[in-house]
Design a protein around this ligand. Structure first.
Ligand code: SAH
Length: 341
């Protein structure tokens, strides 16, 4: 546009450090230039449709893309740190039997801009537009979609988010969760500055996992564990990675399942792992129910007695369909206000 180089830096800062969603607010740019920019470029590509507030403080943002596809992000406050959960796809192509997002099917991949803007919208809602970017915020790619089936856009978005002159959310504060796209786990392992990894496992044997997570028919548990072991070898000192295990009452939560899970990790010599146990979040369209609270504790204790660290993820935002596996663009309940763009 014939402008000096430093304008690019000003615009990048305006969008990502100051989190402005309109060129007109970038008052460090000449007014005529702002007008020319607005004619040729669109600084914001998501619209907030509605915002839902849970009794536990969790907020769910239901947004749409320019072509009307739903995008959801969740803000999860907790003592000392906040977490933002964002989506990598609109809908999801995987057919995990216990997950509500699966019912949407894949609508489409999100662009890097659509991924980054989710974070900007949530930060602006929580901390105010142009409020200082808080340094304690963690990000998890655990919203709708399979991040490793939109790998390039995801990695590009994470690169933009880590920029010092922008959001400055460094890879160490980010966790990407995959249902087990084995070749992408291998590719991810080769990245130099990469986020943390979580793998959704949810069953200790192929028969059960085939039924719960059909992606297992493409890449079975053996292949997944081999990729996980290769990933483990690339960890730096003190780093660990995570297996997520959704506990479905009466389906995969018995003492025997816990033993089999510990055996599986031992057989593959996986040592630098922790297990996140996620009690199932129910929904009307899903044929599963949450596990007994007592059985959750037994499951955890069995793992620990076999030397495996295990944590129970406390459900957050269940009342507003914001919890794990509940993101399905629901228009209810507890609508608070339209946050605007
Ligand atoms: N597709 C990726 C990213 C989504 S992360 C993945 O599968 O890892 C969402 C997490 O919530 C996954 O670990 C998934 O197994 C879990 N989940 C899905 N449905 C759930 C439900 N109804 N209750 C609890 N956890 C669920």
């Amino acid at each position: 546009m014939g402008e000096p180089r430093y304008r690019a830096q000003q615009i990048f800062k305006g969008l990502h450090e100051r989190r402005l969603l309109s060129f007109d607010d970038m008052t460090d740019l000449p007014k005529a230039f702002r007008e020319r920019l607005a004619e040729i470029a669109e600084p914001s590509v998501l619209r907030v449709e509605s915002r839902y507030l849970s009794e536990d403080g969790t907020r769910r943002f239901l947004m749409t893309t320019c072509d009307g596809m739903p995008v959801e992000a969740v803000y999860i406050p907790s003592e000392g740190r906040d977490t933002i959960c964002f989506s990598s796809q609109s809908g999801c192509p995987l057919k995990c039997d216990f997950c509500l997002t699966a019912k949407l099917g894949l609508l489409r991949n999100l662009t890097p801009g659509e991924i980054v803007e989710q974070i900007i919208i949530v930060l602006n809602d929580v901390y105010g537009v142009a409020g200082a970017t808080p340094h304690g915020t963690n990000l998890v790619a655990m919203g709708a979609g399979e991040p490793f089936l939109n790998f390039e856009n995801l990695i590009k978005a994470l690169g933009i988010m880590s920029e010092e002159n922008g959001l400055f959310i460094v890879p160490g504060r980010v966790t990407v969760s995959t249902a087990g796209i084995v070749p992408k786990i291998e590719e991810f392992a080769m990245l130099e500055r990469r986020p943390n990894l979580a793998i959704s496992l949810s069953a200790p044997d192929d028969d059960l996992r085939d039924r719960l997570m059909p992606i297992n028919k493409r890449w079975n548990i053996g292949m997944l564990m081999t990729a996980a072991k290769a990933f483990e070898r690339t960890l730096k000192r003190g780093e660990r990675f995570t297996f997520e295990y959704v506990l479905l009452g009466g389906v995969n939560d018995s003492d025997e399942h816990a033993e089999a899970l510990a055996d599986l990790l031992r057989r593959h010599n996986l040592r630098r792992v922790k297990i996140n146990l996620i009690p199932h979040n129910p929904a009307e369209q899903l044929d599963y129910h949450p596990p007994d609270a007592e059985q959750v504790m037994r499951f955890k204790t069995i793992l620990e007695s076999r030397g495996v660290s295990a944590y129970v993820r406390r459900p957050r935002g269940r009342d507003i369909y914001a919890a794990c596996g509940q993101l399905a663009a629901k228009q209810e309940p507890n609508l608070v206000q339209i946050a605007g763009r």
